[in-house]
Design a protein around this ligand. Structure first.
Ligand SMILES: Cc1cc2nc3c(=O)[nH]c(=O)nc-3n(C[C@H](O)[C@H](O)[C@H](O)COP(=O)(O)O)c2cc1C
Ligand code: SF4
Length: 394
């Protein structure tokens, strides 16, 4: 039986013991976005289950930077009032209970319609207006305050989302950043504000907090960040970062199927980006890869071949929360594969109940025990004509 010894090998980051090389990709769920200012039981269970499933770092997604602001898509959890933060502290404890580390994503979406430059896209793809330096300073402070609060609530790590051309990430890209001041132009200038944020976070959150950063290794768009530029950006951010997640693409209708690889692409199509980061020989911090990693065999091959040091996985664990356990038990054939249809994303983001095309329990996790009770008296039954539903492996 394969023991997946590479991906399941423990390591340390900033002194924290990480039991394996698996990180969950941040996934906002419907119940995190219902307008509550704290995670509901459904949201808590969704993230707790990832810890129970055996991942090393559970990334909770994602909190808006600064006082709660509802961008209409992501959680509007409030970090600034104790009667809201109690639930976030409980969530960190529930993740720790299973030996996983708790990380929180800070989304980096500016308030009041600001983007890096006039015309750069907001999250709803409408054009935004250039954020003034005074507002940038305020936002930087919030990043630092948020990280310190999360540390006090028990979080081991923060994930700063500097990828996919979300508003703060737009500073990095020559495609979106048209600024004429010290924050636009050269690669150094485009990285300047994000480095200032990282320095502020470290100064306030202290030496023990793990800082993970997600960037797009390539934006896959003419005039945007290409792989060579992605590596240069990674190098400039590196002194301030403990774990660098190399993702891909932009928040753009045409590139969604690259950022969240669709089924028409080859398996694990974005791993080559992290591989090139590693091959450049420029990185002394661990590199994580993401994009359609479906099971422990794929994950183990990536780590064993040195293409990355960590794997980040979102949808494979939505499709089958028992994926890790099934692989560890030698039952890889029983893993229910993600078909990369994005129904989960679209149902969660566009204001409906989050569903998964292959996992009927998604979105109903908190009700499953009530809905499915073991029978009192066991019987032998034959399922006739059940179709795919009748054939589901549990
Ligand atoms: C339902 C869903 C919700 C997501 N929510 C977020 C989010 O809140 N923040 C974020 O940075 N990425 C989010 N993503 C993107 C994932 O973190 C990840 O980058 C993407 O799904 C590719 O990884 P995968 O192929 O392992 O799913 C979401 C993806 C899905 C499917
Ligand atoms: S809804 Fe589709 S893309 Fe999302 S996890 Fe399920 S199978 Fe994968």
């Amino acid at each position: 039986m394969t023991n997946y010894s590479h991906v399941l090998s423990p390591t340390r980051i900033r002194g924290h013991f990480i039991k394996n090389r698996i990180v969950t990709g941040p996934s906002t769920i419907h119940s995190a976005s219902n307008g509550e200012l704290y995670p509901t039981e459904a949201a808590m269970l969704f993230f707790e289950k990832r810890a129970k499933a055996g991942v090393g770092i559970v990334t909770v997604a994602g909190v808006g930077t600064g006082p709660a602001a509802d961008d209409g898509m992501h959680a509007s959890w409030d970090l600034y009032q104790q009667n809201h933060t109690n639930a976030l502290a409980e969530l960190a404890d529930r993740i720790h209970f299973y030996g996983a580390k708790a990380s929180m994503e800070l989304m980096g979406i500016f308030h009041d319609g600001y983007t890096v430059s006039d015309g750069a896209p907001l999250m709803n793809f409408e054009p935004g207006r250039e954020i003034p330096i005074k507002e940038m300073e305020r936002f930087k402070e919030w990043y630092a305050n948020d990280a310190a609060i999360l540390r006090d609530l028990g979080y081991d790590a923060v994930l700063l989302h500097f990828g996919h051309s979300i508003p703060v990430a737009q500073f990095l890209s020559p495609y979106t950043n048209k600024r004429k001041d010290q924050y636009g132009g050269s690669t150094e200038n485009r990285c300047r504000y994000l480095i200032e944020i990282l320095e502020a976070v470290r100064a306030k959150a202290g030496p023990n907090m793990i800082i993970e950063v997600r960037i797009s290794g390539s934006e896959f768009i003419n005039g945007g960040i290409d792989l060579a530029e992605g590596i240069r950006i990674g190098q400039l951010l590196q002194p301030h970062v403990d774990l660098l997640q190399v993702s891909a693409g932009m928040h753009n209708p045409k590139l969604m199927t690259v950022t969240h690889p669709c089924g028409f692409l080859p398996p694990t199509p974005n791993v080559f980006l992290a591989e090139e980061f590693k091959k450049s020989g420029q990185f002394y911090i661990p590199i994580s890869t993401i994009g359609a990693i479906g099971n422990l065999q794929e994950a183990d091959d990536i780590i064993a071949s040195g293409k990355a040091d960590f794997v980040t996985i979102a949808r494979a664990l939505i499709a089958d929360i028992d994926m890790i356990t099934k692989c560890r038990e030698g039952r890889i054939d029983a893993v229910v594969p993600c078909i990369k249809c994005m129904h989960c994303h679209d149902s969660a983001v566009f204001g409906r109940h989050m569903r998964c095309a292959v996992n009927p329990s998604v979105g109903l996790e908190q009700h499953i025990e009530r809905m499915i009770q073991p029978v009192k008296k066991q019987k032998k039954v034959a399922v006739i004509g059940g179709g795919p539903a009748g054939m589901k492996v549990l």
